[in-house]
Design a protein around this ligand. Structure first.
Ligand code: CA
Ligand code: CA
Length: 533
């Protein structure tokens, strides 16, 4: 429970460390999709440019045959047509017919066996039309490219849609993939593989697909393959990626462990520091403004690391409070205080030691027993102890709270309201808690500037403390003007830099003894009599 915070951080680190492994699948999916989409685009690009080139060949052959032949169906025309077929890679036939389809002549002097599969399609920018046809016994559809010649005749050239056979196209296709050529009207003219799965897909991410038009022609080429099928082809890469991810994860885990260990955030080893008594009490003297006597001290703390670094409490107190470590920390501090100041308290039985408590102490309740266990039977008496509760975080008005307060009172210790004026203080609240001392926060003391004759807020606070019959300690006294003003308002006790900062035990004891000697009447010396020999 105490160190649950650092455990949570460790857990988060461990989970983060495995992110690469978890992400492998995702990364590999993205990689496969990216690679395969490029492949699909390349494929439709190739097929569509074939179709484009094939049609353009046909168009230019048709035009040159017509241009070179003075009259259609004359021997020159036939010779030119045959020569064009010989030259061209893909030209199959030339045909002259009338508008009703009655054939006049062709390149080889026989009936041309074809049947249209589509309407003649106009092509933007060309005078020719294109008709998809079944030509002779070709398995693949062919294209009939036609020029209307005068009012009566049409001259056409036949070109296969694609130079390859259907078998070779099927072989080049991915397992379960499909390729389809359609007219822009949506009419399919060539389909390789089964497009049903693709057409009925529920999500676009299930398929890798691409499409492209054949140049300016109203013909679209598309291809698609189920993602799972291509993904299966990357199984080897899957293994490699997973190994890399494991290595990255392990590295990250080691790095975060190292970070946790080396971290300058005190969080991770505060618990150990408390166990090793690295949280040291520092003592800030409380001085009597009238006599200059030492009245007591407030126990503050510093984290003295083994490497010599000294960390002020601001860097770890909040963390200690949130995590519950404030409770063992206070125990450790009280034990050190007992060892540090036991002797001094015998010499100065009126010295008051002020110890800061946390809100958690008033819920936990164990503090009363801790105080008894530590100070019971020690040379520090309970009535020398003052426990400070901060006003910044008001205590719950609960049975546990009143139990702790009355328990401490019953021992003879006093209670101080720390940082008074900064929270929600009102007379009723303070009166319910039954505090004995009010510590006026430094922000009010700071309001006293040289030459100030009154500080209404501060004066009000002092008056309130007096009404409650509380002792007053002013905190953060830094200038002579402040000390004098406070004294003039009847404040007797003060702490602050004008007197001393928080001191290590040795320095504090030295100061305490020096002040003690200075303010004590000189001891009566025993004067030896002359007769004593
Ligand atoms: Ca305090
Ligand atoms: Ca304070």
């Amino acid at each position: 429970m105490k160190s649950s915070y650092s455990h949570v951080l460790m857990l988060i680190g461990a989970i983060l460390a495995f992110v690469p492994i978890i992400a492998v699948d995702h990364l590999l999916d993205a990689y496969v999709a990216y690679r395969e989409r490029a492949v699909a685009h390349q494929y439709v690009e190739t097929v569509s440019s074939h179709i484009d080139a094939s049609i353009m060949d046909g168009v230019s052959a048709l035009r040159s045959v017509i241009a070179d032949s003075p009259s259609l169906c004359a021997p020159t025309f036939v010779t030119n047509a045959q020569a064009a077929i010989d030259r061209g890679l893909n030209l199959k036939q030339f045909l002259v017919e009338n508008l009703d389809g009655v054939q006049y002549c062709d390149a080889y002097g026989r009936i041309v066996d074809y049947s249209p599969l589509s309407q003649p399609l106009p092509v933007p920018g060309l005078t020719e039309t294109i008709t998809v046809v079944k030509f002779a016994d070709m398995g693949m559809p062919a294209l009939k490219i036609t020029q209307t010649f005068g009012e009566m005749r049409r001259v056409s050239v036949f070109v296969p849609l694609l130079g390859q056979s259907e078998t070779s196209l099927t072989q080049s296709m991915r397992n379960a993939g499909m390729m389809r050529v359609t007219l822009t009207s949506g009419m399919p003219i060539l389909t390789i593989g089964d497009p049903a799965g693709f057409d009925g897909r529920s999500s676009n991410s299930d398929y890798i697909n691409a499409e492209k038009f054949a140049g300016q022609f109203p013909i679209k080429v598309e291809t698609a393959v189920p993602f799972v099928m291509v993904r299966a082809g990357y199984a080897d890469l899957d293994v490699i990626f997973t190994i890399i991810a494991c290595v990255v994860s392990a590295a990250f885990l080691l790095f975060s462990l190292g970070y946790v260990r080396r971290s300058r955030v005190p969080a991770f080893d505060l618990e150990r520091a408390i166990a090793r008594n690295e949280i040291k009490p520092y003592y800030q003297p409380v001085i009597n403004l009238r006599t200059g006597e030492l009245m007591g001290c407030e126990v503050l703390c510093r984290w003295e690391k083994r490497n010599g670094q000294v960390i002020p409490p601001g860097a770890f107190i909040d963390y200690a409070e949130v995590t519950g470590l404030a409770i063992p920390m206070t125990v450790s501090l009280m034990e050190q205080v007992r060892n540090d100041l036991g002797e001094l308290c015998k010499t100065m039985p009126d010295l008051k030691i002020s110890i800061n408590l946390f809100e958690g102490h008033f819920r936990d309740g164990g503090i009363v027993e801790d105080v008894q266990a530590i100070f019971g039977g020690s040379s520090i008496s309970y009535r020398q102890l003052v426990f400070e509760i901060t006003e910044r975080r008001p205590l719950a008005n609960s049975l546990a709270t009143t139990g702790v307060i009355s328990g401490l009172h019953a021992l003879g210790a006093k209670l101080a309201m720390d940082d008074a004026g900064t929270g929600h203080s009102n007379l009723a609240y303070l009166a319910t808690l039954g505090v004995d001392v009010i510590k006026i926060d430094r922000i009010f003391v700071d309001m006293i500037k040289p030459g100030t004759t009154q500080v209404p807020v501060l004066d009000g606070l002092i008056a309130m403390a007096k009404d409650l019959d509380c002792e007053i300690v002013a905190e953060g006294v830094e200038t002579e003007a402040q000390a004098l003003y406070l004294r003039s308002r009847g404040v007797v006790q003060a702490q602050g830099y004008i007197f001393a900062p928080a001191l290590r035990v040795a320095a504090f004891k030295e100061l305490a003894m020096a002040l003690h000697m200075a303010t004590q009447p000189a001891p009566q010396l025993a004067i030896p009599t002359a007769s004593a020999a």
